[in-house]
Design a binder for this molecule. Structure first.
Ligand code: HEM
Length: 335
């Protein structure tokens, strides 16, 4: 069903906000979510989605930017719109200011351009190894056969872990994200427990033998201090969990959209071949066009947000739509 039909069927209002039964957990065709949200963005700057306990959706660039930049009002206590009171606490994702920046200072050096540049040869090698697995077939299921293994090996090499462990990580991440949508809490829990016990061993190892392995991100983390104190095991495990869950499925999804785009727009693909210097800009554009992880925020108080009366009590989160854009920000947002 198109977003426009959905809206015609639901003309009630939440406060002064239109209500749209978008229902992010229902299945769509590829690009279905994105196309519907493109329509909704043009129709409404905000709407109320009654999914789960209900939440507001911001659709336009300036408002979303303002929300993300006002953490005292739009907090990170919850970042999943259907889960307003999470039982988990993810670091640094759910940490508010001023502590947030202290955790980020520990992590940021690992994401610096120079560290990432050093990964280039390995990344090429991992890509080639993955392609070698299916090249003789002449075709592949890109998300399954490339999107799982390739980013996992890059992640493991970047963080200092053995790339031989990649099949286990692929399995854990698949279990968490596949089962989250089907609400099979036991399978998710088992995978999370697997990830945590793996990292319990890594943390233990780096504490007892800091120079044993090459100095990696975990060596830095176990020695790091915030406000003069070493990080607790819970904090360290939470950071490791975030790195795995934030870093692997996102890249897989993004690769799926990007490769689909190039398969269906051969002239864009040819342009990258002819002008490789535009690849960095093309990556940014893919991330904007197919943004796979629009996080929610939790209101800390009632507010009238540019005409949308948001109520802390009835509420959960504010979620951004994909391809967020106003004509002023991106003249042709859908291309
Ligand atoms: C295409 C791939 C990726 C996308 C689309 C993506 C998207 C995002 C988004 C939207 C957030 C903000 C969440 C929020 O504020 O609630 C985030 C946070 C984060 N991501 Fe990624 N991510 C990607 C890849 C990665 C990778 C490869 C890693 C690390 C290996 C990573 C590590 C993190 C971490 C640590 C955070 C928390 C940052 C903080 O709270 O300050 N991400 N990511």
């Amino acid at each position: 069903m198109k977003a426009v039909d959905r809206q015609e069927q639901h003309t009630e209002e939440q406060g002064r906000c239109p209500v749209v039964h978008f229902d992010s957990r229902s299945h769509r065709q590829v690009m279905g979510f994105i196309d519907e949200l493109d329509v909704l963005r043009e129709q409404h700057p905000y709407f109320w989605d009654p999914e789960a306990q209900g939440y507001w959706v911001l659709t336009r660039y300036d408002d979303i930017r303002e929300a993300y930049q006002t953490p005292e009002l739009f907090s990170s206590d919850s970042f999943v719109p259907t889960d307003p009171d999470p039982t988990y606490f993810m670091i640094p994702t759910q940490v508010g200011p001023p502590q947030h920046v202290k955790f980020r200072r520990l992590l940021n050096p690992q994401f610096s351009p120079s560290v990432v540049a050093k990964m280039e040869d390995d990344a090429r090698r991992f890509a080639n190894e993955s392609i070698d697995q299916f090249i003789d077939n002449g075709h592949c299921d890109l998300v399954r056969e490339f999107g799982g293994t390739f980013p996992t090996k890059v992640f493991l090499a970047w963080s200092g872990l053995p790339t031989e462990d990649s099949p286990q990580f692929v399995e854990w991440v698949l279990a968490v994200f596949n089962e989250l949508s089907s609400s099979r809490a036991t399978a998710v829990q088992a995978a999370i427990e697997g990830i945590r016990s793996y990292f319990r061993r890594v943390i233990d190892d780096r504490r007892h033998d800091p120079g044993g392995a090459s100095i990696d991100i975990f060596t830095h983390l176990v020695q790091a201090k915030i406000d003069g104190a070493l990080l607790s095991d819970d904090d360290l495990l939470s950071i490791c969990e975030v790195l795995v869950l934030a870093g692997l499925d996102t890249v897989k999804q993004e690769l799926g959209y990007a490769f689909r785009h190039f398969a269906t727009h051969p002239s864009d693909r040819q342009r990258l071949v002819d002008e490789p210097e535009i690849i960095p800009a093309a990556v940014e554009e893919m991330l904007r066009m197919f943004s796979v992880a629009p996080p929610a925020r939790k209101l800390t108080r009632d507010v009238d947000f540019h005409g949308c009366p948001m109520n802390r009590v009835t509420w959960c989160g504010c979620r951004s739509t994909r391809r967020i854009a106003t004509p002023a920000s991106f003249p042709i947002p859908n291309r």
